[in-house]
Ligand binder design. Structure first.
Ligand code: SAH
Ligand code: TYD
Ligand code: ZN
Length: 404
């Protein structure tokens, strides 16, 4: 039994992945005693949140060498530019407005506000990516956001019209401090808009590789609504997104200040129809995870015995869960190609699979390519169409193991 980080009730785990490394700890050399943590996931019946039982210290995950750079995906650039335009229009933002972003990474979202001369501030603890955002002329504080930081922002600047965040809030264990900080940070008519990988998509697509150290929570509309209420806030609007294999964008305001949109009620209904409030759904999910593991391991072993060359495409954070849970070694998968310069010539967390620059991918002449960035499959499959036509096949594992 563990204690729920949101509501303090006790809850049980439904799956144990075993000891896992830090998902983004791409290493310049192979180390003997790599840091690992026990990764298991549980469901709290009280507040309906899915969460990790243990999470490594955030300082070990987010630091001056953080490997994930938001701007590597051209689709995500478009996505965030659309989000910015939508927010500017709906909240009628102008050069008197103030926008705060939690976890701005390399400035992929805030640059859109800067270009429109709207005052903004990013909070980004990973110094290397914060530096890139600063080099774009964006104002960034390199700290972990929490209630104290929120109070300091209101003192040093003022309250915010809009607080934004994408793929960050689910990373932060001190979730109650985040929400009480938001309560103090947004103006009376201000909103907090954040988006995160969506639990219902994860369960429906069996995309269990979304579970890794950074993702301490898997949110649903039910659980976010509970959290908002707990902090005298209100979930007023939700909008599904196709990003990261299916995400949900949540809009939160002060309690009783806004009309709650039908989208919130509709989505909670759908979640209940899909059984997200029931323990048995998670036990079912666990069975599906085990099936994917055994099918993928069998396929890779068969291809190895036939001397087929399989390479990995995109050294995602998610791949760390897939690779280590399935026990994939560098004998089975000799290399992963990736477009992020700070991942070049490193070794993958846990399994020590070499990561090589994407520029070498085409020369490697693989028979099969295991696609780890399945959430960008449209963008990637289009990009590689010509190359893959030459008698090569993709291997995907979401929602099931397939050769395409
Ligand atoms: N918003 C970007 C980045 C997501 S990666 C995008 O969607 O692409 C997650 C980011 O959250 C990392 O850059 C990490 O440094 C940051 N982060 C982690 N904990 C945080 C905290 N407590 N406050 C602010 N940012 C945090
Ligand atoms: P993403 O799914 O956003 O990452 P994560 O699981 O870490 O959240 O994928 C980003 C990674 O994929 C990053 O290392 C760059 C790599 N990538 C490629 O190598 N090629 C591509 O065409 C794309 C879109 C991503
Ligand atoms: Zn709970």
């Amino acid at each position: 039994m563990s204690i729920c980080r949101v509501c303090k009730n006790s809850f049980k785990e439904f799956i144990d992945f075993g000891m896992m490394p830090i998902a983004n700890s791409f290493k310049s050399k192979i180390v003997d005693n790599e840091e690992k943590f026990p990764m298991s996931v549980g469901f709290c019946k009280e507040c309906k949140i899915v969460q990790l039982l243990h999470q490594p210290d955030p300082k070990k995950m987010f630091h001056e060498n953080y490997a994930f750079l938001s701007s590597t995906s051209s689709y995500m650039k478009e996505h965030f530019s659309r989000l910015a335009s939508q927010v500017i229009e709906e909240k009628k933002l102008n050069n008197q407005s103030f926008v705060v972003e939690i976890g701005c990474n390399d400035g992929i979202l805030l640059e859109n506000f800067k270009n429109k001369k709207i005052k903004s501030l990013g909070i980004e603890p990973s110094q290397n990516v914060a530096k890139i955002a600063k080099s774009k002329g964006i104002n960034v504080i390199s700290e972990f956001f929490n209630e104290n930081v929120a109070i300091n922002i209101t003192k040093e600047f003022h309250k915010a019209d809009v607080v934004l965040s994408a793929n960050v809030i689910c990373h932060i264990p001190e979730i109650n401090s985040i929400f009480s900080g938001i309560k103090k940070l947004i103006k009376n008519d201000g909103v907090f808009i954040f988006e995160e990988p969506y639990l219902l998509d994860i369960i429906t697509k069996n995309s269990f590789d979304q579970i890794y150290d950074e993702h301490v929570f898997l949110f649903s509309v039910m659980s976010v609504s509970f959290l908002a209420n707990k902090h005298d806030l209100e979930l007023i609007f939700v909008e599904h997104q196709i990003t990261h294999g299916g995400s949900m964008r949540y809009t939160i305001g002060h309690k009783n200040k806004n009309k709650i949109d039908q989208s919130v009620f509709r989505q909670i209904d759908l979640e209940k129809k899909s059984g997200l409030h029931l323990e048995k759904s998670y036990l079912n999910f666990e069975e599906k995870i085990k099936t994917i593991k055994s099918e993928l391991v069998n396929l890779l072993n068969t291809l190895k015995s036939k001397n087929k060359k399989v390479v990995g495409y995109a050294a995602t954070s998610k791949s760390t869960t897939l690779i280590n849970y399935c026990g994939i070694t560098s004998e089975i998968l000799p290399v992963i190609y990736d477009t992020t310069p700070n991942k070049y010539n490193t070794f993958s967390p846990g399994a020590n699979i070499p990561i090589r620059p994407y520029s070498e991918f085409h020369d490697s002449k693989p028979d099969y390519v295991l696609l780890f960035a399945w959430n960008h499959s449209k963008e990637i499959m289009l990009k590689e169409e010509g190359f893959m036509k030459k008698n090569r096949k993709w291997i995907t594992y979401v929602p099931e193991v397939r050769i395409n």
